[in-house]
Each structure stands twice: as structure tokens, then as C-alpha cells.
Design a binder for this molecule. Sequence first.
Ligand code: NFE
Ligand code: MG
Length: 515
Amino acid sequence: MAAQVVLSPVTRIEGHLVVWTEVEPVRQSDGRIGHRIIQARCQGEMFRGFEVLLPGRDPLDAHQIVQRICGVCPISHGLASIKAQEAAYGIRPTRNGRRLQNLILAANLLQSHLLHFYQFVLPDYVDWDAARVACEKGALLAQSPGAGRAIAKLLACGHGAPPTSVSAGRAGRYRLDPVLNTTLAAHWAEALAMRRIAHEMAAIFGARMPHSTSLVPGGCTQSVTVERVESHRVRLERLRSFIDDIFLPDVVALARAFPEYWHLGGGYGHLLTYGSFDLDEAGEKLLGAGVIIGGRWEPLDIKAVTEEVRYTWVSSPSKLHPSQGRTQPESQKPDAYSWIKAPRYRGLPMEVGPLARWLVNYHSPLPSPAKPELEKLLAMVGMGPERLVSVWGRIVCRALEARLIARHAAQWLGELEPGRPSAQPFQVVRNGSGYGLVEAPRGALGHWLEIRDGKIHHYQCVVPTTWNCSPRDDAGQPGPVEKALEGLELADPQCPIEAGRVVRSFDPCLACAVH
Ligand code: NFE
Ligand code: MG
């Protein structure tokens, strides 16, 4: 008989996501009775209304206002808005301006990727109580003095325990050996310090974090000085050594300890990316744009994006392209179950995020730095590329990406030209339109803007978590996270940690999703 298992709240980040699942009993390989998820529904529980409050305002306020969609990925929203404005005003950033925009976005992305693995993923796998006990007893000090010292320091400085997962403390669900368990717990704390460094890097050129005040259409108002470049460089070097020596090895070690998650949480495998980090005026990207549908690479067609709303609490029409999209809240709509819209690409639910960026580039006919990096990683963990559409695939691609972006950030920093202009002069047009596509840490982000009589007339955002956590569409097709949960077995429905691990591998941010 089917029963319901509800995860709420699911995320350890902004916003409220509830996952409703229907489960049926199933006999597990060890003979015990577990439960299998038959179907899942993602519910975004709140309404934000940025698309409603922007019309009527000065277009130059847009990139400030939209950064408030999120404190975790504000730079992505700011840049999507700036790119939409640059298209409307007919300008491009200066060389310094483009590199500064890249560097601020890169710092924000590195901060976010560390946050995801250490603060959101680890509490699902690390037994924090065991780490604390090991540390208090001093039992591990002899085996791993570094880990023991880091934990002792952490407890002494009052950070306390990380937020517990829905299932933390349940015996038998954790299986890391004590040294690795304690080491990862210590890195949880070290990652907090690394994230502060990343925020400082973003603030050096972004003027403040979160919510930069220096980003403008055409570049950045912060000038390039030798002092700023050096101040950024020392921080980036520190961050790079943490990413190379600790982050990536930690991800691989955790994946080795829980190898079944290479086979769990896959879903459709339809992937979409707009391409990330502009390398030149012509629009060449570090990681290219594209989609994968049914295992095959295709070029991106931005006209194929629509948003469906049959199950969303809005009364506006369905299947509109975002340049025409509307957001009219309707909390009493029959059958609707989420404030999140359902973006679709040619009618298909698409997963976005680091996995999409890396696998699209891996299968792309064009050269990409993602190919050799992924090849090496897959050889190291002994998996084929087909295993990447999984919990570990998402997490491993995020770590590889952190390493690649940090490396390129060092190059962009070296290419800055002190004394040269960081921004392009421009005029706000009285009438015009444009859209801006960015890869946010969590995936493809688009802002569509129309200006009439010098004011914002129309503004729509289609956001990474809107794609991933979308509800069913008009045809009843589940969203990517809903699909990834289908068939997943839960050992104990009172403690659905397997479902938490799958959902959190997408790194959902609900404040962004409902914007
Ligand atoms: Ni609130 Fe965001 C990112 C964006 S996710 S974190 O990354 O855009 O939907
Ligand atoms: Mg929207």
C-alpha cells in the first residue's frame, strides 16, 4: 500500500522546499523491508515577486534590485541583468570590464561551490557526533593530529555543530572510517574560512559582498590598481591550494566511501547550459553552450525555452517564451502545488548546473577544457561517463569546475591592465529590449528585459533552481528533481536520508527558484 514520506525543509540554504513523496514497500537485498519512491513532488513554498515589482522602475536600478533575489549567487543575477541591459543599450564591456565581471563572478562561484559541498552535502555523510567524541577523547590525535587539532579548534571557537540533516544521529547510516570522518568534519570548519576569502576576493573588485555595487553595464566602476590586483592574488592563491589539495580529494574520498550514489538519483539526463565565462568580445566562452537530449549533443536554441504553469500558483498563460512571460500570483489555483514555474526546452524538462556544463562540453564536437579534466577524473574513480548523471556526477563536476575556474581566474587577473578603463560609457535607451544569459553556480540563468519610455516595461527571470525543482508541466511530465527521486529506495521512511542526498546533489536554492 502506498504511503507518503515528506521532506521538509530539505535545503540548508535560503528558501523553503518541501518534497512530497509517495512510497511503496519493497524487499531489500538484505531481506529487510524498505520503501521505494513511486513519485515525488517538489513544492516551492513562498512567493517573492521580483518580476512584479521591477516594471515601472529605472532600468539602471535593475541589476541592484535583482541581486537581492539571493545572497548566495547575487553576482549571477546582477550580471544577467547587466548583460540584458548591455544588449538593450548596444554596448560591450571593455577588456578590463569583462575580466573584472568574470573575476567577481568566479569568486562568487567558488564561494558557492565550497558552501555546497562542505556545509550542505557533508552533514548527510559525516557523523558529526562521532567526530566530536573522537576529538574529545583525543583518540584520533595520534592517528591524525591535524584533523584532531582542527576539530578541537573548531569546538573551542564556538562554531558548534553543523546543521543536522533530517536523519543526523540515526545509527547505521554513516560509514566513514573515523579518521576520514574527523578530517572531513574539520574541513567543514576550514571551508568557512575559505568562503570568507572568496567573499573578500569578490569585494575587492565588486566593492562589497554580497550584492556588489560596482557592477555596471559595460564593465565595473572599480578601477584596476596594482594594489587591488595583488590583494586579490594572494587570496586566490590560498583558495586554489585549498581547492586542489583538499576540496577535490575530499570529494573523491567521500564518493569512494558511498559508491552506490554513482548509481542513484539520475533522472532524465536531459542537460542544458548557456555557456560560462566570456573570453572575448565575440562571445567565446570558457565552457560552451549546448544541450544534451537523449544522450546526444545539440547546439543551444534560446527560442526553444518556455515556461509552463499548469501546476504553478499563477494565473498567467502557460508556454510563453520568457520575453513574453507573465507572473500573476493566484494562490487558490486548483491542482497547482508550487510557486515555482516549469521551464521547458522544446517541451522537455532539463537539468542545469555543473553536471550540465561539464557533460555538455564533454560530448560537444568543439574542443573544451572539460574533456581532459573529466577523462582524468573518471579514470581515477574507475567510472564511465554514463555514471555522471548521478549524485556523485553532480558533486564531482562541481569540484572539477572550482579547480578550472580558479585556475582561469589567476589568468584573468594577470591580464588586467592597470590604468585602462574598466567600463564603457553608455546611454540608457528610451525603448529597447535584451536578454542576458549567465551560468550561475547552480546552472543556466536568464533575465529578459524590455524598456519602454525609459522605464522597465517587462522583466522575467528563468533561474537554475526553477529548472531543476520545477513541478510537473502541462503534459504532466515531472521536473528533473522529481524524476531523479523516482525509484529511489529508502531503508527507513522515518529517516529518508537517501532522498535528501539526491535532492541536495542538485544544490537547490528556493529563494532563487521562486524569485
Ligand atoms: Ni539562490 Fe542561484 C545560483 C541563481 S539558483 S543560488 O547558483 O540564479 O536558482
Ligand atoms: Mg521567472
